[in-house]
Design a protein around this ligand. Structure first.
Ligand code: SAH
Ligand code: SF4
Ligand code: F3S
Length: 472
């Protein structure tokens, strides 16, 4: 799973300090947070606020935070600190913390950092317009007391009702299908920051996709911490949901993330294989550790052998499948031999992409209290060895794409990088590869179309190629 860890830098100019209703959101974390930020912008736009591109133009700054790994609270405070000059110049500027750190720390954030005006959680996003209107109203009524608001409880709605709100849907958009997680992997903070797992009604998901298709969306990524444990109130499984989306909506491509190995079964694999006209053959299946004893301590619900069996089943049914994974190095009690099991798993499965992290002790989690924590130096040395081992393999796997023709859904035009007479575009192949290509200026309207690109140069992260045809 991709994790955003840095935010765009900005330069102070001391002018244009936002006095109106401009909102700037700074987003950390996973796709869930990216999707939530879009929801926040949409809700606030409906309440007459205006999304802006820079904190300099904002009268409301929101940090949509992530708590998955080390020092998340510190990161929040350090970003808030960067806004000190803006707040001094414009005392009406409101600064709020949302996302997983907001959910986890609640009023502690306000107590420790006077610049923070409001805190909300992952389940109270819809109260954001009310929070801001309250803050602004109190200010207008000249209430002397500094008014600060914390709304970070969990809603107990069942099932999970939340329509997809996307401001400017591009070619490809996320659609949430589940929220929360009940798996309680012993290293993970998500069950505490996102609450109990809930699924959206199937009719709502379908309705959203119909609407998105009408708005020009070509590809949806079904989103959840554990998408394949989706179960609608009428008993529809994840596999059946995908089948219905493939059959009944006009969406051209379907992706999904993240799947949990324990819920990946033959039926789901069959549905993917059967609907490959729409469902992309790219599967992100985190294994976390290649050693069964560590997997048990992680409470992952599968052994190394069971995971490999699932991979073999996937490869047999979908021969052209592309796999990626998440891995943790240095989980408590991990020995060198256990780590070697992780290395051998990477080689044996042949992942094209890996997302690997050093284990980090998280609040409330069981593993944080395990006594056999691995020293930082060993964790980072193992992580490096893992990246080195994968890197060699990744270059070879990428090279095998050269001269192949891939179907690329065009997402972006790069005007700034286009050279005389040519236009540069980029998009993603079904295998989730980022592909760049240039065409003569006459083809200026390729966005949203699927084109055939012959790959001329392939590196692990990006491909380059030439357009040899167009599909629609
Ligand atoms: N729901 C997804 C994972 C979400 S978190 C799943 O089960 O696959 C994304 C990734 O962050 C995890 O797969 C894991 O590899 C990593 N991660 C989570 N908690 C972590 C921790 N305490 N330390 C290091 N990495 C962690
Ligand atoms: Fe975290 Fe495990 Fe749930 Fe994924 S499945 S979100 S790693 S507890
Ligand atoms: Fe981070 Fe919360 Fe996502 S902890 S990874 S933003 S679910």
């Amino acid at each position: 799973m991709e994790i955003i860890s840095e935010n765009k830098p900005f330069a102070y100019k001391n002018q244009d300090i936002g006095q109106g209703r401009g909102v700037y959101i700074s987003t950390y974390g996973c796709q869930m947070n990216v999707n939530d930020s879009d929801r926040m912008y949409s809700l606030l736009e409906m309440a007459n606020f205006t999304p802006v591109d820079s904190p300099l133009e904002a009268s409301v700054i929101i940090i949509n935070s992530c708590s998955i790994r080390e020092k998340p609270v510190h990161k929040v405070y350090s970003e808030v600190g960067k806004y000190r000059k803006l707040k001094d110049a414009n005392p009406k500027l409101k600064i709020g913390i949302g996302g997983c750190v907001g959910q986890q720390e609640k009023e502690k954030l306000i107590k420790n950092q006077p610049m923070i005006d409001f805190v909300f959680g992952t389940d109270t996003i819809d109260t954001l317009p009310d929070i801001l209107n309250d803050l602004i109203l109190k200010e207008e009524s000249k209430d002397d007391k500094k008014n600060r608001i914390v709304k970070a409880g969990f809603a107990h709605r069942e099932p999970y009702h939340v329509e997809t709100l996307v401001r400017n849907p591009g070619v490809s958009t996320f659609v949430n299908i589940t929220k929360g997680c009940d798996n309680f992997c012993t290293f993970c903070v998500v069950p505490f920051t996102r609450g109990r797992e809930k699924s959206r009604p199937k009719t709502h998901v379908l309705q959203d996709i119909h609407t998105l298709v009408k708005r020009g969306v070509k590809e949806v990524t079904l989103l959840g911490q554990n998408v394949n444990s989706y179960e609608s109130e009428c008993g529809t499984s994840f596999a059946d949901l995908m089948k219905t989306i493939a059959k009944e909506t006009g969406i051209e491509r379907i992706r999904f993330t993240t799947s949990h190995p324990k819920d990946f079964d033959q039926y789901l694999v069959d549905v993917i294989a059967e609907h490959q006209d729409k469902i992309c053959e790219y599967i992100h299946l985190p294994f976390q550790s290649g050693n069964s004893r560590i997997l048990e301590r992680m409470n992952r619900g599968y052994t190394r052998e069971q995971y490999i069996e699932k991979i073999n089943m996937i490869k047999k049914t979908i021969p052209n499948v592309v796999l990626s994974t998440d891995i943790i190095c240095g989980f408590p009690g991990e020995t060198e031999a256990d780590f070697q099991d992780t290395l051998s798993m990477v080689r044996e499965v042949g992942y094209e992409t890996i997302f690997a992290f050093m284990y980090s002790q998280r609040p409330n989690t069981k593993a944080a209290k395990f006594e056999d924590q691995v020293p930082d130096a060993i964790k980072s040395e193992r992580l490096q060895r893992l990246f080195d081992a994968h890197n060699t393999m990744a270059f070879d796997l990428a090279k095998a794409y050269e001269n192949r023709i891939l179907d690329v859904l065009v997402e972006k035009k790069h005007d700034d990088e286009s050279v005389a007479g040519n236009i540069k575009f980029s998009g993603r192949s079904r295998q989730n590869k980022l592909v760049y290509f240039e065409v003569p200026a006459a083809h200026s309207d390729l966005i949203g179309r699927t084109v055939n690109i012959k790959i001329t140069k392939a590196y692990p992260a990006v491909f380059r190629g030439d357009m040899v045809g167009s599909i629609n």
